[in-house]
Write a protein that binds this ligand. Structure first.
Ligand code: CMP
Length: 139
């Protein structure tokens, strides 16, 4: 079993896609171990995306991520990181496979509805960025 950090981004929340994203990940066998709605400050968004500091889209994506509320979740499942990445589809929605969340709902490369950790290292950093151990459900 592997944990990953998932975010429904401000565009997904504003467009009423919270239920649709959760429906898809539950159907895929990903369990929600923690969930909350947050509104990041610009500084918090910059800290979250610090691996992208200096890239051309860093200012813009951190403006976007602090423009409205997000839903953040800790997911767990078999091969959880890859399973959720498959469900999301490619970052660029134009390259996302049919039936993926980004193929079906993203409107541009930035407003791509969802985020997911891309490695065990980033999952550990990203989960700890939003949740402490007491907030994460365990059997
Ligand atoms: P995400 O998976 O959250 O990781 C970084 C985010 O930056 C990405 O999704 C997009 O929302 C945004 N972004 C904007 N432009 C680009 C780009 N050219 N390459 C990667 N990510 C981008």
């Amino acid at each position: 079993m592997e944990r990953t950090l998932a975010i429904i981004k401000p565009d997904g929340v504003a467009r009423g896609l919270i239920g649709e994203v959760i429906r898809r990940l539950e159907k895929e066998g990903l369990n929600i171990l923690a969930i909350k709605m947050i509104w990041m400050t610009k500084k918090q968004a910059k800290g979250f995306y610090k691996v992208h500091a200096g890239k051309p889209f860093y200012e813009s994506v951190t403006d976007f991520m602090s423009s409205g509320p997000c839903v953040v979740m800790v997911l767990e499942g078999e091969d959880g990181i890859n399973a959720y990445r498959k469900l999301m589809g490619a970052t660029n929605y134009k390259e996302a496979a049919k039936g993926t969340i980004r193929h079906d709902y993203a409107t541009d490369i930035e407003k791509n509805v969802v985020h997911g950790s891309d490695s065990p290292q980033s999952a550990a950093f990203e989960i700890a960025y939003f949740f402490n151990e007491l907030e994460i459900f365990r059997e």
